[in-house]
Design a protein around this ligand. Structure first.
Ligand SMILES: CC(C)(COP(=O)(O)OP(=O)(O)OC[C@H]1O[C@@H](n2cnc3c(N)ncnc32)[C@H](O)[C@@H]1OP(=O)(O)O)[C@@H](O)C(=O)NCCC(=O)NCCSC(=O)/C=C/c1ccc(O)c(O)c1
Ligand SMILES: O=C(O)CCC(=O)C(=O)O
Ligand SMILES: [Fe+2]
Length: 358
């Protein structure tokens, strides 16, 4: 147990200063042993997780991808991407040790002092590509989310070596490198199903021209039922490769307004479709809303890799998908405009994609 800090707050602006400006994050708040949730974290009733809406009978597909040549595997992947937009994979070829190392490195980063982590706040970070922050878009949010993060935009190994925090850099790079092989295989299968037979240079830039990795930390929360870890949103990526620890708390939107838990499975990786792939597949693959609850008794971490189009790409439904006469549901958008739009507002369910609707 961390020692209780000798800090107390007179008003909410002092909390904001402590969390956002001094680099303590919500982890710092959590470790003070607060007995109630500060008011700026109280979410409106409709955003809180209410047990009646969760479905315990359903679950997203768990796919063993060890037998790539088995057509059943490709079918299961495409069906999951169409129906659920989320699935877990096991026997994926990323060594368990690589996954364990990146989880440990995440704890090492968040275990640094506030002074150390503060160096990566937006205002102080040596680069826009490395950012330590809290919540999602604090300036745009009416209620804050109970999460701290380190976000790393990948440019090159050299840049990462120079700029990324050394406590986690090598482990994160290894995880990105090893998971890229899986991502290519998944995209191959998903593209063939859309009659896109080859991922050439142009398609590669559209599908996986940029990558961002986030290390997420959800500390123990005094009143978890009043707030959220991450609010309802869909990712803006092509695909997200998500590593979670064994705590649980990720929910995805299921049928009839229900929320389905994505249980931690040892050695598995969660894959989800993002808005960019929904747009490029003209809605065939679904970018499904998801959220993370706050936890009253355990700290939780997760490590998503967002596989994205290059920011300079214009994305729209693939011609191969429209070849049979299907009408385009989405117009062409510049991907960096799309991402900017996403970051400009609070998490708000599936509304980002309206930006690209015809
Ligand atoms: C996004 C843009 C277009 C923005 O550029 P630009 O306007 O020049 O300035 P910027 O300073 O980088 O960012 C502008 C705002 O975006 C937001 N932002 C930027 N990066 C991040 C980040 N990593 N996390 C949260 N917000 C961010 C902030 O709100 C910034 O506002 P401010 O804090 O500066 O006032 C640019 O950085 C770019 O082209 N980046 C490359 C493409 C890219 O990053 N794609 C990522 C796609 S997927 C992705 O990153 C997903 C992230 C995510 C995070 C938390 C969640 O809970 C979640 O669900 C998802
Ligand atoms: O922590 C998780 O399990 C999911 C996080 C998430 O949805 C995100 O960072 O986009
Ligand atoms: Fe997400």
């Amino acid at each position: 147990m961390a020692p209780t800090l000798a800090v107390s707050f007179n008003d909410s602006s002092e909390i904001t200063d402590f969390v956002l400006k001094k680099g303590n994050g919500v982890k710092g708040l959590s470790e003070m042993g607060l007995d109630s949730l500060p008011e700026q974290y109280i979410q409106p009733l409709e955003e809180r997780m209410c047990d009646t809406k969760t479905m315990s009978q359903e679950s997203v597909p768990l796919i063993d991808i060890s037998k790539w040549d088995d057509p059943g595997v490709a079918e299961a992947i495409c069906e999951a991407a169409e129906k659920w937009g989320f699935f877990q994979i096991i026997n994926h070829g990323v060594p368990i040790e690589v996954l364990e190392n990146v989880k440990e490195a995440t704890h090492l980063f968040f275990g640094l002092s506030a002074e150390e982590k503060r160096k990566y706040l937006k205002e102080l970070s040596p680069s826009n590509n490395v950012r330590f922050g809290t919540s999602f878009s604090p300036e745009a949010e009416k209620a804050l989310e109970w999460k701290d993060y380190l976000s790393l935009f990948y440019v090159s190994e050299d840049e990462a070596s120079a700029l990324w925090p050394s406590v986690c850099r090598d482990q994160v790079l290894e995880y990105m490198k090893r998971s890229e092989i899986v991502v290519r295989k998944l995209l191959d299968v998903l593209m063939k199903n859309l009659n896109v037979t080859e991922i050439d240079e142009t398609k590669e830039s559209l599908l996986m021209g940029s990558k961002r990795i986030n290390l997420n930390y959800y500390p123990i929360c005094p009143n978890p039922e009043l707030t959220v870890g991450v609010g309802r949103h869909s990712d803006v990526s092509t695909l997200t490769v998500l590593l979670q620890d064994d705590i649980g708390g990720l929910y995805v939107r299921g049928n009839n307004d229900s929320w389905v838990h994505v249980p931690p499975v040892n050695g598995s990786i969660v894959i989800n479709v993002g808005d960019a792939l929904q747009i490029m597949s003209n809605g065939r693959y679904k970018s499904i809303e998801h959220r993370v609850i706050a936890n009253g008794s355990n700290n939780r971490i997760s490590v998503p890799i967002f596989i994205n189009p290059a920011p300079s790409e214009k994305i729209s439904p693939f011609p191969e998908v429209l070849a049979s006469g299907e009408k385009a549901v989405y117009k062409e958008v510049l991907y960096s405009d799309y991402v900017r739009h996403f970051f400009q507002k609070a998490h708000d369910g599936k509304t980002t994609i309206e930006f690209a609707k015809i």
